[in-house]
Design a protein around this ligand. Structure first.
Ligand code: SF4
Ligand code: SF4
Length: 442
């Protein structure tokens, strides 16, 4: 089976967070394959553990991708991007690369957002992805280390049924371990044991993640971390602010200092995104269709503007997120597509030191690498969402009452749509099927 077909059959989607179906990424060969081992979100250790303990599988996945591309007339090369401070992972990759292979290791500084796809493309190739564009437009492809392990597994006929997660914060037993897809947060908390009663959960990292109080939510193929935080922790309060509060604060205290722009990673790459100007337009209630407002489409929601740059603790990101929804409802698509871009001269000095960022978020006390839990988390019940990926939700292939085995396909890609398939992550009986999820009880 060709590699893209194997990835499709195994339900591989981008494990780094975006969830784009991998078989679609693999469909078009490119010259530069960039391996994302940056793991730049504070508090996460999942990819580090993957890189150190599954180096051979990451390399196997990468070699399969390179062989697949060269078999289709491209001479690909690979850059494994890893932070310099992940000493064990860097050494493991250097040891694994054979002299004749077109693969190199690029050691990154410990800055945020070094795991951003467009950041990595520039660091590895010197090319800038056009505004609103994707890496294949500059002959590059970015693949997370966890995704490459899943590609290697897919080639061996093993579907995606679990993923590595970091569980930490105010818990007695923090850990890094594989967790079955669809595991309820309750089951994870049972294993980790919350130390406090009045808590909320941080899903994924503190920069691009979200806060929830709902412990019946479930894990997905793109979820790398879960953290128990005190409800009154300052970062939690910051992330929980409503849009109306953001707009009210913006109108009263934004001083148009432009620090948000000066640190914006997209602006620094030369994209026409200047958050301070968007804030000015909003503050003066100007028209939705102005060129400045539509530049909100260029925001990758990295959080640098609000959680690092703004001296007034405002959030251009949250306001942009809302404006993107309004623009979509109004049928206004992204009109920005410039490709002749000039990288800002000061970009190299404006990476955000991750340690200082974590400290500023008030989360340094949780920034301790947990032990890896052998065997991983077990659960007697999973609820597998059918919309974990970019594209149309999957169509259920099973009915309530049906027995399934781990690895059995239970969700299909709707005919002619962009999508991904899903598999049972435990053995059991299907107890509920809706168009949004499938529940399996052991
Ligand atoms: S950094 Fe804050 S105060 Fe300054 S322009 Fe941006 S949003 Fe306004
Ligand atoms: S979240 Fe802020 S800093 Fe990040 S891309 Fe958007 S505007 Fe720029």
């Amino acid at each position: 089976m060709i590699l893209a077909a194997a990835a499709r059959e195994a339900g591989v989607i981008g494990a780094g967070g975006a969830g784009f179906p991998t078989h679609v990424k693999l469909a078009r060969p490119v010259e530069d394959v960039i391996v994302n081992g940056a793991e730049c979100e504070p508090l996460l250790f999942s990819d580090q553990v993957v890189m150190e303990t599954m180096t051979a599988r990451v390399m196997a996945g990468l070699r399969l991708v390179l062989a697949d591309f060269s078999g289709r007339g491209v001479a690909p090369r690979a850059t494994i991007c890893v932070k310099k401070k992940y000493i064990k992972a860097v050494a493991a990759f250097r040891d694994a690369i054979r002299a004749e292979e077109p693969i190199r290791v690029l050691e990154l500084e410990n800055v945020y957002p070094s795991g951003d796809e467009q950041f990595l493309v520039y660091e590895a190739t010197g090319r800038v992805v056009p505004e609103g564009g994707i890496p294949p437009m500059v002959n590059a492809l970015v693949m997370n280390v966890g995704t490459l392990v899943q590609v290697a597994d897919a080639n061996d006929g093993k579907p995606v049924t679990e993923r590595m997660m970091t569980v930490g914060g105010e818990v007695e037993n923090p850990f890094v371990a594989p967790v079955p897809v669809g595991t309820p947060f309750d089951a994870i908390l049972k294993a980790a044991k919350a130390k406090i009663d009045d808590y909320v959960l941080l899903v994924n990292g503190p920069m691009m993640g979200r806060i929830t109080g709902d412990t019946t939510e479930v894990t997905t193929k793109t979820m790398g971390g879960l953290f128990v935080l005190p409800r009154r922790q300052s970062h939690v309060s910051r992330m929980s602010r409503s849009l109306s509060t953001e707009i009210r604060l913006s109108k009263s205290v934004c001083e148009v200092c432009r620090y948000c722009t000066d640190f914006c990673p997209r602006y620094l790459l030369g994209h026409g995104l200047e958050p301070h100007k968007v804030m000015r337009v909003i503050n003066y209630d100007r028209d939705l269709e102005t060129k400045t407002i539509t530049s909100a489409w260029l925001c990758c929601e990295c959080g640098v503007c609000d959680l690092w740059a703004c001296p007034m603790f405002l959030s251009p990101r949250i306001i942009f997120r809302q404006f993107k929804k309004r623009l979509a409802v109004a049928g206004i698509k992204n009109p920005h597509a410039a490709s002749e871009l000039t990288v800002d001269h000061y970009r190299k000095f404006r990476g955000i030191p991750t340690d200082r960022l974590t400290k500023r978020l008030g989360l340094s006390i949780y920034d301790i690498r947990p032990e890896s839990m052998t065997g991983g988390v077990e659960t007697g019940r999973v609820r597998i969402r059918l919309d974990q990926h970019v594209g149309a939700p999957s169509a259920p292939m099973v009915k309530a009452g049906q027995n399934v085995t781990r690895g059995q396909m239970i969700g299909a890609i709707p005919e002619g749509k962009l999508g991904a398939v899903y598999h049972a992550s435990i053995d059991g009986k299907v107890s509920q099927v809706t168009d949004k999820f499938i529940t399996i009880e052991q």
